[in-house]
Design a protein around this ligand. Structure first.
Ligand code: BTN
Length: 249
């Protein structure tokens, strides 16, 4: 897979642009923008993406796997970003399914969207947003307790270009192992080893329903295995939010 990086100064959302470009682009196309005016988060939320302060990008992938394995793609994304941060001496944790957390605050989110073309082929858009060089004033007030940037945490500007290259390099390796050899174990191991969820009591929040359980493991699809009073369930992303009972929310 060869990356083809397409850069924008401003765009509504790199995920949206990636979708628009699918008919004419190949796997490995990376849409990246200095700013997003309508950045998308999970569960219908918006994603604040101020100009020149973060990495806002989407990668077009064609993994040729069944639809119900697509959430493994998010695990690959989370593992790749976490490794790339390691490369820059920034230890991070992964909050299933898609948050990267440094010093207890979210610094990165991943939004994987699946697109089916008229010819039947499936694409995955892996959208990655990394809060790199924002100052506190760049975050909406209500996010101050939950989200931060690498600059705020480290106390110095971070080289966005270097981080981008590290992320792309780490992702390519993990993704190709998955696509060519059907082997996602390396990504899952990184997600498990760095998880702030596994082994903990958690609340699962689905719409208005809140259920208490214990997160046991990730299965081979990247789903979270949770033990409830009612039995063990495998939870897929999209419909679920998780809050650790004591600590990071
Ligand atoms: C989340 O944690 O809710 C996921 C956030 C994903 C944000 C990224 S920024 C680049 C890409 N384009 C978007 O509109 N969203 C994703």
């Amino acid at each position: 897979m060869k990356y083809n990086i397409i850069r924008y100064n401003t765009i509504d959302s790199t995920n949206k642009e990636a979708k628009r470009q699918i008919p004419s682009r190949q796997e490995g196309t990376v849409i990246i923008s200095e700013e997003q005016t309508h950045g998308k988060g999970r569960l219908g939320r918006s994603w604040t993406s101020p100009k020149g302060k973060g990495i806002w990008m989407s990668i077009i992938l064609e993994p040729e796997i069944p639809m119900d394995h697509m959430m493994g793609i998010t695990s690959i994304g989370a593992a790749g970003v976490s490794m790339a941060l390691d490369d820059m001496d920034i230890p991070s944790k992964i909050k299933w399914p898609n948050d990267i957390v440094v010093d207890g605050k979210k610094v990165c989110g991943i939004l994987t969207e699946v697109v089916q073309e008229l010819n039947g082929s499936f694409y995955a858009i892996m959208g990655i947003g990394i809060n790199v060089n924002q100052d506190i004033v760049d975050f909406p007030e209500e996010l101050h307790s939950k989200a931060s940037s690498l600059k705020i945490i480290k106390g110095c500007e971070i080289d966005r270009e270097l981080l981008l290259m590290n992320v792309l390099r780490r992702l390519r390796k993990l993704y190709l192992k998955f696509k060519l050899e059907g082997d996602i174990s390396q990504s899952l191991k990184i997600c498990r080893d760095n998880s702030i969820v596994i082994g903990r009591e958690i609340y699962l929040i689905r719409g208005k329903e809140i259920k208490k359980g214990k997160a046991l493991d990730l299965n081979m699809k990247g789903e979270l295995v949770v033990e409830f009073d009612t039995g063990i369930e495998e939870i897929s992303s999209g419909e679920v939010s998780i809050r650790a009972i004591d600590g990071y929310i």
